[in-house]
Ligand binder design. Structure first.
Ligand code: SF4
Length: 528
């Protein structure tokens, strides 16, 4: 670790900002669980926490679980914050609260790295990845924890090799309160989809950890009590296919050693369907979900956004191929593209029916800074800086028409009958192809059984008795119960409840049409 040997040990409070309600925050599902309150522990901030000199004291607060307290701000000598654009208001709010205690506040992560001007109040801006800027920040704080007179911008020029990344400080996180856990093997993506900021921020040549590092991280997660489902947050799991193939045998061995109690998930491009040698090994490693940015079923639109790689196999065939290896596809979808027509919504709904994908994140196009899309729209004078709008893009179709089409798609796609029919398909044609894993003592442990029973009781009461879609639920649930498939009942019931409730709110304008929009965000600040 490069940050050793600094003069004075400090007390650092790492605060992760709250997310505003969105499709991916799952808050409608949490009341059906045994106390889960947030999606995933934040990798970036926990890596920074682990990177700090060993004699520095670190506390970590995820404001998705609870707000940082007065006592914690009084204890700290400096505050670190990290997050994405969608957490911008919350990050600025944490900064103001820390300044009330006269603490210096540093911000790092993807949002500030792309848009430093979003964060004028912070004392230190950490731009870029873990590297010489991090060392400089640590050295400065070691010398002096007074707030500097002017904002100091530190930019990483020399990145820490991912092989030298520390294991994230999972021990600081309240691990039982998360739906999933995350791990990162690679960073960057070789493609250049017009709307995506990953290649601009993290490069086109994926950087890698070693398989041994990943196994050590997975072991540490298990020691810290995390691990039912671990999500590879790599921008594209097959961005470097050879690296994926190098890692998979290690994951298979790890699963055999630990009894297959961890389901794995990842993000990958749809052309993974052309790689049976990778899919077969992923099945053996107990991958059960792949998030694919399908974006649109319209070939002209894929071409226009430079996502031609999605057409290397016909999309529906690609989805079926992945399903045949026991992996469910989750899909990202974008509406409001320049190629959209008045009938795009209808075509999208037809695609959803045909693909049988239960979970699709349907968003309005939003131009992110540092993307080719942003540059093009800026040239065309089509960027709209109005935070009251659901997107910053001046669509070619009328804005109200695009928004109405999004709402209609949300309403129809997530009608309980349609959604549960798609889950039923997954039970019959995808989950049935999953690796048959041996029963382990941990799976049959009292803690696990108790957890399952708590969730079942809540699902039966809140969905099976109180909800207005209980008939649809019971039709699906009885089928699962008859087969003794409790896992196949609990997972879909949790996800479906969130999707149904979120989509209902969205279809009447109570949720944003873009995960990046700032509209409706005010109410979520500050954290409860
Ligand atoms: S394939 Fe995915 S990660 Fe890569 S550039 Fe396209 S959208 Fe971004």
């Amino acid at each position: 670790m490069r940050a050793e040997g600094v003069e004075t040990a400090r007390r650092i409070l790492c605060v992760f900002p709250r997310y505003t309600s969105s499709f991916g925050t799952w808050e409608y599902a949490y009341p059906l669980t045994d106390g889960i309150k947030a999606f995933m522990p934040p990798q970036g901030l926990l890596v920074i926490a682990a990177y700090l000199p060993p004699d520095w004291q670190v506390r970590f607060v995820d404001e998705n679980l609870r707000a940082a307290t007065e006592e914690e701000f009084e204890w700290a000598e400096a505050v670190f914050v990290s997050g994405m654009h969608i957490q911008r208001q919350q990050m600025n709010d944490i900064c103001h609260r820390a300044h009330a205690y006269d603490l210096p506040v540093a911000i790092g992560g993807p949002s500030v790295s792309a848009c430093p001007d979003y964060y004028p109040s912070f004392d230190y801006l950490h731009i870029g990845e873990l590297g010489d800027a991090t060392d400089e920040l640590i050295a400065r704080l070691s010398r002096d924890t007074r707030r500097p007179d002017e904002q100091i911008v530190l930019t990483t020029k020399d990145r820490v090799d991912m092989c030298d990344f520390p294991i994230p400080a999972y021990e600081l996180a309240d691990t039982k309160k998360y739906l999933l856990s995350s791990v990162q093997y690679s960073s960057g993506c070789p493609y250049q989809c017009e709307f995506c900021d990953i290649p601009g921020l993290y490069g086109r040549n994926p950087r890698l950890k070693t398989p041994q590092q990943i196994i050590a991280e997975l072991d540490r997660m298990r020691e810290c009590g995390i691990g039912d489902t671990v999500y590879f947050v790599d921008d594209n799991f097959i961005g470097n296919r050879k690296a994926a193939l190098d890692l998979l045998p290690h994951l298979i061995e790890w699963q055999k050693r630990t009894g297959y109690i961890t389901r794995l998930a990842c993000e990958a491009t749809l052309n993974i369907a052309k790689r049976p040698e990778i899919l077969e090994k992923m099945r053996e490693a107990f991958f059960v979900t792949i998030f694919c940015g399908i974006e649109t079923p319209d070939p002209d639109a894929l071409k226009a956004m430079h996502k031609d790689h999605n057409m290397m196999v016909p999309i529906l065939e690609g989805v079926r191929t992945i399903n045949s290896y026991g992996m469910e596809v989750v899909s990202g979808i974008i509406m409001g593209l320049d190629t959209d027509k008045p009938e795009t919504g209808e075509a999208l709904l037809a695609f959803i029916e045909e693909s049988k994908i239960p979970l699709l994140t349907i968003n309005l196009l939003q131009a992110l800074p540092k993307t080719p899309l942003w540059d093009r729209l800026e040239r065309e004078n089509r960027l709209i800086h109005d935070e009251g709008r659901d997107s910053n893009v001046d669509f070619l179709l009328p804005y109200d028409q695009v928004l109405a089409s999004w709402r209609k798609c949300m309403e129809i796609a997530y009608q309980p009958e349609r959604l549960y029919a798609r889950f039923q398909y997954q039970c019959d044609f995808t989950y049935a192809n999953k690796l048959k894993v041996p029963a382990s003592t941990q799976q049959a442990s009292w803690a696990n059984i108790r957890r399952g029973l708590i969730m079942l009781r809540k699902i039966f009461w809140k969905v099976g008795v109180l909800s207005d879609y209980r008939k649809v639920f019971w039709k699906f649930a009885l089928g699962r119960l008859r087969r003794g498939d409790l896992e196949g009942l609990i997972g879909p019931a949790l996800i479906a409840h969130h999707l149904i409730m979120f989509a209902r709110a969205a279809s009447v304008g109570q949720q944003n049409a873009s995960n990046y929009s700032l509209r409706l965000r005010e109410a979520s600040v500050p954290a409860e």
